[in-house]
Design a protein around this ligand. Sequence first.
Ligand code: BGC
Length: 749
Amino acid sequence: MKHAEIEKVIREMTLEEKAGLCSGADMWHTKAVERLGVKKIMVSDGPHGLRTQHGEGDNLGINGSISAVCFPAACATAASFDRALLRDLGETLGDECVAEGVSVLLGPAVNIKRTPLCGRNFEYFSEDPYLSGELAAEYVKGVQSRGVGVSMKHFAMNNQETDRMVVSADADERTMREIYLAAFEKVVKEAKPFTMMCSYNRINGEYASQNKWLLTDVLRKEWGFDGLVMSDWGAVVDRVKALAAGLDLEMPGGDGTTDKQIVAAVKSGALGEKILDEAVRRLLCLAEKCAPDENKRTGIDFAKDRKKAAAAAGECLVLLKNEEGMLPLDGKKKIAFIGEFAEKPRFQGGGSSHIRTEGCVGALKAAEKYASVVYERGYSLADEGENGALLSAAVAAAKEADAAVLFIGLPDTFESEGYDRDHMRLPASHDRLVREIAAVQKNTVVVLHNGSPVEMPWIGEVKAVLEAYLGGEGVGEAVAAALFGRINPSGKLPETFPKKLSDNPSYLTFPGKGKRCAYAEGVYVGYRYYDKKEAEVLFPFGHGLCYTEFSYGGLAAEKIGETEYTVRVNVKNTGKTFGKEAVQLYIEGPDGMKELKGFEKLALQAGEEKTAVFALNRRSFAHYDENAGGWIVAGGRYKIFAGSSSRDLRAETEISFAGGEEKLVVNMATTLGELYAHPLTRSFVEDRIASLVKKSGNSGSVMGISLEKEALLKLVSGVPLRGIISMMKITVAQMEEIIAKLNALLGNR
Ligand code: BGC
């Protein structure tokens, strides 16, 4: 359907037909209007595989879905720090959608990991918006290159599962813009997703599904989004308000009540028909853009995609600890694999993203080609309690061996969509297993399967830890290959592992009270907080070891525009084996907060050196200023670091911006400190201080504060102009005149 045809269809549709198009036909389809040639399209979860239900649909996955391939979840793919991997994953998923007749894939999910406890963290990328946005943009470009749309979710501030359908995420605008919206913004602007999915929760009191500020002012007017917004499944509260706010499609389909509400609102004049037409137009355009091609419905290419899933899993492994070169293992030694996850790894999470797979080869089976290992279950996944018999058999096997590899982690029930964890611990039986085995076997290695951080009370007792996350159905093969040195781990943590839950900045306010959750830590989420606090962590953001070493040198920042720089750093593989290094670039601005602003994954042969190149732009240095209502670059010094993790910074340089771009508009609430900070109004404050000193005569102090300029400045910097009217013995009208003069000086009208 061409543009003109779409307009014709809209003109020919009845009001009822138009309203009807604004809700789904059923769980997974939009509606068709056969008499006008409007075809239905199918949407499917997402994000790391297809949970397509061709038969009767339900969003709890009770009725079966097609058999599909489970790729690593976002918790794992984020650890790759590899844009190309995400692009390839997107393309593969796009191909699968085409092969199954799916028009829109429900993902990626780019919510920020505010707390390690969020039950859905495994589906999300990172605690860092830059990393999330960069990787998600590639995924989206990949999927959409196949003519299939994505639905980026859950827009926005859906950072917990507790009360997810009612809780209000309460945050200031700077926090939202810099942390919680930034990844969405990046993807919208760079990858142009065909659709967005609003979240269930409220934001500062208003439901995301009917939040005009979010869905229209920010998303469409500011960011230029021109696609369709659909609701999360069942997120609509007031259908008419939602439509007016910018929510085009309600999913899933209901009993027609909300369609009737739309009709009534248009008839009564409460809702402009133009708004309805616009939503219909977006739906018709979407259906047109990603109409399925029946000739290409060939079914998933399992052989090809399973290989891809295993290869991808290998790029996501994070080697957290490796003392005395414990890993890789020597296949000729006597190795014991312990823990049921060796046989049946946990490779995906529960909820709407759960994929029905044909199975997963565990590391135990996959290791057969590298070594002959002995195996003990150690614990039972069927029952989370400790099992004495399994434990003693495991300890005995470990004692006999040259090295023991323990496969532990979070069982399915510990983390899932729909609820949050209430602690950060592993099952007691897993912790006990590690301790008892480490006591008899000095060469103990731990392999972890989990969707988000866990406490590791035994960390000092084991030699190596390999974080495998929920690495998809190929994770067992990837882990075995890494343990025996066939893969060199190259993942980096996309989140901080705190030592204990109470160290996390959201600890005091999560999950909120009375259906409200105050994001009181502001922008200090994840490493932004731990670093500023100089707090000890278990493993820092960006951390990940390798079987080789890298050296960094020659960091240089070349100015190419007013706030544009090209930064280069040379990285050399100084070890003996091929490896990949995710080179990270951090910027610390005048306010002392360090943030990831670039990363580049380099593949280096032993002895090889390459240059990582980063393009920094105005946004790399800017912060969101609520008063100015936009992004500004503060004047001052900016440190630029290149490093192997947020706490392993290997090279540093510094640049500075003069003056800053802050726009100062003076009013009665403007403080003397603000006036002093601005070069054009500084003398006003200096004059006041001079007159203060003069008035104090020879007393040497004002209210016991020394007459030194610095001390006086501290004393008065928080005082607003309103507060010095009486001190200056002037009238309000005279102060208004002064304000007008100051504004004129600043070039404000
Ligand atoms: C989830 C979405 C999902 C949808 C459809 C909702 O419960 O929050 O992420 O896409 O169901 O299954």
